[in-house]
Design a protein around this ligand. Structure first.
Ligand SMILES: Nc1ncnc2c1ncn2[C@@H]1O[C@H](COP(=O)(O)OP(=O)(O)OP(=O)(O)O)[C@@H](O)[C@H]1O
Ligand SMILES: [Mg+2]
Length: 243
């Protein structure tokens, strides 16, 4: 049976869907057959991040209407034979996601529920940006998930700009995790190629480290200030100061 994990955005646009998809790819690379239940019923952003928008025949909405079986709406990620996405585009009753999770749990090692089927998940991840404006929402989101029955709630600090952390302009991911009182599961750097559906090797490494932490194989998180240390870091900082 799959481990079913709820992925929550601390506040809108924190990167929950992006993290769910790339985490699925990282888990897949570690041999875990992983499904992302794309909870975006209006735009199918998970499908879009997978590069599969418009290529699906069915969505969960078709299964809801009895036009297909749940598993027929599951699509394989083009970059991995172990990563899959299930779009919910057009779904009328969000509770049907619970049926989908129950069916899919038999077929996968990990199911990441992006913003849906919270009731099916005993484990959850809050995805938050590291800014002070996200502190209250990340804290509240974590507390609500625990109140709702999630026993294990971890934090991914996403979109971290190492230069700003180095300069002390934003909290470090460790400080942020301590302020919102959630265990730090992963740190994902700011990567401006992500909205273009590309990914830097360093960001890929950050997702790999997060996947290892999720599976309990490591406690290390990606270090975002590392590129700003040493001689190259000195020039990088000087360059930033001029830009
Ligand atoms: N680490 C990152 N670096 C740079 N941009 C990022 C990063 N993570 C996500 N983004 C960008 O932020 C935007 C919002 O991401 P995403 O859709 O994953 O957020 P979300 O939390 O799922 O949003 P929503 O609350 O609407 O569901 C997207 O344009 C995405 O490409
Ligand atoms: Mg989303």
């Amino acid at each position: 049976m799959a481990e079913v994990i709820y992925v929550a955005s601390a506040r809108g646009g924190s990167g929950a869907t992006t993290c769910a998809v790339y985490l699925a790819l990282a888990l897949a690379a570690l041999g875990e057959r992983t499904l992302v239940l794309d909870g975006d019923g209006e735009c199918a952003s998970g499908l879009e991040i997978c590069g599969l928008q418009g290529l699906n025949v069915y969505t969960l909405a078709d299964a809801e209407e009895g036009a297909c079986r749940v598993r027929q709406a599951v699509l394989q990620h083009p970059a991995s034979p172990n990563a899959y996405v299930l779009p919910t585009l057009g779904l009328k009753n969000p509770d049907y996601c619970m049926t989908a999770v129950n069916e899919c749990a038999k077929l996968f090692d990990v199911v990441l529920c992006d913003g849906v089927a919270a009731g099916a998940c005993r484990r959850a991840i809050v995805v938050s940006a590291p800014y002070p404006s996200s502190v209250a929402s990340a804290k509240l989101r974590g507390a609500r998930l625990k109140d709702g029955g999630a026993e294990n709630v971890g934090l991914i600090v996403n979109n971290v700009n190492g230069g700003l952390v180095y300069g002390g302009a934003v909290l470090s991911p460790q400080e942020f995790a301590s302020v919102v009182r959630l265990p730090l599961l992963g740190v994902i750097p700011e990567d401006l190629t992500l909205p273009l559906n590309k990914i830097r090797p360093s960001t890929e490494r950050a997702f790999q480290m997060t996947a290892e932490a999720l599976l309990g194989r490591s406690t290390k998180v990606y270090g975002t200030v590392k590129p700003y240390l040493g001689v190259t870091g000195y020039f990088k900082r000087k360059l930033r100061a001029h830009v």
